[in-house]
Design a protein around this ligand. Structure first.
Ligand code: HGY
Ligand code: MN
Ligand code: MN
Length: 423
């Protein structure tokens, strides 16, 4: 039997897949743009489905829009292994975020079949629908659905044009009631372990010279929409000392967000991504401004305190300008720790092939957060050049991708052998 140390992913084949999928993108957008529900994304689902089938998987699209490929194991009644990631991108994104996890899983399947390394358990390879955050402030639509976390209220959420999430699903050929029912169907399968291969999207592995990251936890994400209501006035006649300028209040709030993020004792970040100012006319003092921000940390104690401090500071600053402010917070996901059993298996797999590895927290969220509700989960990171991601400069060398796939394969083979009742 082939020793898993000699599993040698075919770099050319993986590179070819990465290049082919990268071609399916919005030609009018920056970078590699394939956002959820878009036409390029619809086209890419057909390509991924075909590549899954060619790799030897039996593929179906579930009610939530996930593509699920099954590699049958010797014992179909045993709790299944699950792996995968996502192939949608942010606007102006890159070619590796999520994609390495899906295409890497296909190479693992090819390796298992080519080396006749049959698993005891079924292996489910999932390309989850819509992992990236969207106009509804909800990331991980597909895995969230499977975990039973997507709600009818979520489907009623509307974007700035008033289009509901349910309507977006319908436009993509998915029945919202089937989306909600997908959890019950998926739950009929006992799941053994979930592991996801992903690019780190940060600078830690490159700085430490490590080939592999063994993820320890995935950060919680809390999002804020702050609505500042001031008083529109003539910009030419209203004296500076007598204005209720909503945009000035929002600008001070942006700096307060940054201040909080910079004060985190452990991994903690805070980002303002957008400001909408009404009426936006050059000769009108802004009367209504909406600001969009988020805070993340693997330290939920700090996150809760920081959220409270930030709210107090924003309200204090707005009051100083005679501006009212409404703060609406939402939770994208709570902090989730990885399973010790998976964490250890990934570390041993990296050791077995001589790959240096580091335990790292994930500031980025992943489908693993939601699948962790269904079974013990872990994640394998490979380095991102300059720690860049969510931009066209996103890059991971194929040699690093191959190392990640080797560890991914060895991890799945070892997890397959873990007894059903292993802690
Ligand atoms: O937002 C995130 O962390 C992920 O890239 N969706
Ligand atoms: Mn991702
Ligand atoms: Mn992402």
């Amino acid at each position: 039997m082939t020793d898993i140390k000699t599993l040698d992913p075919v770099a050319e084949r993986v590179q070819q897949d990465l290049d082919s999928l990268a071609e399916i993108r919005d030609p009018g957008a920056a970078g590699w743009t394939r956002t959820v529900f878009s036409e390029p994304y619809r086209a890419s689902r057909d390509w991924v489905r075909r590549r899954m089938t060619e790799a030897g998987l039996t593929v179906h699209a579930d009610g939530a829009g996930n593509l699920v490929g099954v590699l049958p194991g010797r014992n179909p009644s045993a709790p299944a292994l699950v792996t995968g990631s996502h192939t949608d991108t942010v606007e102006g994104g890159g070619r590796f975020d999520g994609i390495v996890g899906v295409l890497g899983s296909l190479e693992v399947v090819r390796q298992l079949r080519e080396h006749d390394l049959g698993l005891n358990r079924d292996l489910l390879v999932v390309d989850f629908l819509g992992e990236e955050s969207n106009d509804y402030g909800l990331s991980c639509l597909g895995s969230r659905s499977l975990a039973g976390e997507l709600t009818t209220e979520d489907l009623d959420r509307r974007d700035l044009r008033g289009v509901s999430l349910a309507e977006r699903y319908l436009g993509f050929g998915l029945d919202p009631s089937e989306v909600l029912a997908s959890a019950a169907r998926f739950a009929r399968r006992d799941l053994h372990r979930y592991v996801e291969l992903h690019v780190e999207q940060g600078p830690v592995l490159e700085e430490r010279g490590a080939a592999i990251g063994v993820v320890t936890a995935i950060a919680a994400i809390r999002r804020l929409v702050a609505t500042f209501t001031g008083r529109p006035d003539h910009a030419g006649t209203r004296p500076m000392g007598d204005r209720h300028d909503a945009l000035v209040a929002a600008a001070e709030a942006v700096l307060a967000v940054r201040q909080e993020g910079c004060g985190a004792p452990v991994h903690g970040v805070a980002t303002t991504s957008r400001i909408d100012s009404d009426p936006g006319s050059p000769n009108v003092v802004p009367g209504l401004v909406r600001m969009y921000a988020e805070m993340r940390s693997v330290d939920t104690g700090w996150l809760t305190d920081a959220q409270r401090r930030l709210a107090t500071e924003i309200e204090r600053k707005a009051a100083g300008h005679g501006v009212d402010v409404d703060l609406t917070w939402s939770l994208d996901n709570e902090r989730v720790g990885t399973s010790q059993s998976v964490h250890e298996v990934v570390g041993h797999a990296a050791d077995a092939i001589g790959a240096t590895w580091e335990p790292v927290p994930s500031g980025a969220t992943h489908d693993a957060v939601h699948i962790a509700r269904l079974c013990p989960m872990g994640m394998i990171f490979v380095p991102s050049r300059d720690g860049r991601s969510h931009c066209p400069e996103e890059w991971t060398d194929i040699a690093d991708v191959v190392t990640g796939i080797q560890v991914h394969a060895a991890t799945l083979i070892a997890l397959d052998r873990l007894p059903d009742d292993a802690a």
